[in-house]
Design a binder for this molecule. Sequence first.
Ligand code: C2O
Ligand code: CU
Length: 485
Amino acid sequence: AALTASVTLPGCSLLGTWDAIDTVGRVDFGNPLHIPPLAEATRGATTQFALTAQAGRSAIVEGGEATTWGLNGSLLGPTLRARRGETVRITVGNRLSESTTLHWHGMHLPAVADGGPHQPIEPGATWSPSWRIDQPAATLWYHPHPHGRTERHIYRGLAGLFIVDDDHEASLPLPRTYGVDDIPVIVQDKTFDSAGQLIETTRHDNGMIGDTILVNGTAAPVFEVSARRTRLRILNASTARSYDFGLDDGRAFNMIASDGGLLREPLELTRILLTPGERAEIVVDMRPGENVTLRSYPQDLGLSDARTRNTGAADKLDVLLLRAGRQLRPAPELPSKLGLVAPHDESAVVATRAFELRNNRINGERMDMGRVDEVVTVDTTEVWEVWNGHRQPHNFHVHDVQFQVLSVDGRPPPPELSGWKDTIYLPPEVRFRLIMRFTEYTDPAMPYMYHCHLLWHEDRGMMGQFVVVEPGGSPRAIGDAHGSA
Ligand code: C2O
Ligand code: CU
């Protein structure tokens, strides 16, 4: 039986209301933004963390406490934080009444530690993957990945940030005091009934589009800004909804990082589109006493009007109120150079693979846990050409690697897609060429995943599996690896 923990989020008296498409969701911001705690770590030769998936109750909106799931709490999980070069071991326990998994989204690591559908954690069991962190500083995240049930597990609340640090990022004058001027912004949409319970059944072709926006589990959140510059680590952890984030008075912000780490230089923008699974770090400048609202604007997903209806793309939604105090701590100018994004060498490409996403299939196939779809050779560079072949929204996520976008319909990518990415939106009938390097040799029987991160699509089979083998190697039957925990 599931354990029940009770946690009440502060001041939960408010409920956003949305009357119709294309009106601003009117939200009376008043609930202090919950900041997920930093996970406690035991540091030695190996840095050890412990996470336990459990059910609990959370007071999120008026009407009553919702039954939710969380890690080490009743909703969401703590923020894991580790440095490049550290070896981590994470003990994941499962006190739910069904099996789950925990996947480290964006992490470069051995497939056996990846937490995909082949590493179930049964109720009462624990799983303790270990790996050495070897990638640039970035905002990554973790979430369950049980085949066919990922949407439900994330929707109920199993998700958290995994921040990777490194010396280069630490040397830059960027806001970095967690919870003070460096803020996690985990955005999720949900629907509640009048008793405050989560509704899980509002499914369309694209999954669940909720009418209440939560940040870090808080509805109608307000964050008290205390510095001239605040870094927001925005994660779209929604199951299906995309957001085109901007600030309500039209002011620009600086984007400093995409999924896999810092951009080469700060990028001044007024909007950033994030589809499910994508992250962006932005820095917002504020003057004393100001109020600025982070809002999602109607977005062009490249779909016909009819197709837009079930995506929430036409909605304007207020997400988070930033309220600056009378006195703000000064902050240094942003550096003109940020990340070291060395371009992958196109002349080294040994294979080009094509992937068409259509009708909840990739290249005509539905996900089959027992089939390896692609066999990649270790220490090689490849181009993956990805294409959304019908007029539904899809995105594309690849495990283990951070890739670079070589071209979008033959043209160079827009600057927000010029850094490290692991998830990318695919407007219909636009060809994306992604370049990536595979350096992690894996047990030939243990695959990584690639898939659409609209979770209803993923759960229905829009996913494939690849292995990374030695030259001339071939995959073993996947069944061989099962049960060997
Ligand atoms: Cu965020 Cu395969 O997942
Ligand atoms: Cu999709």
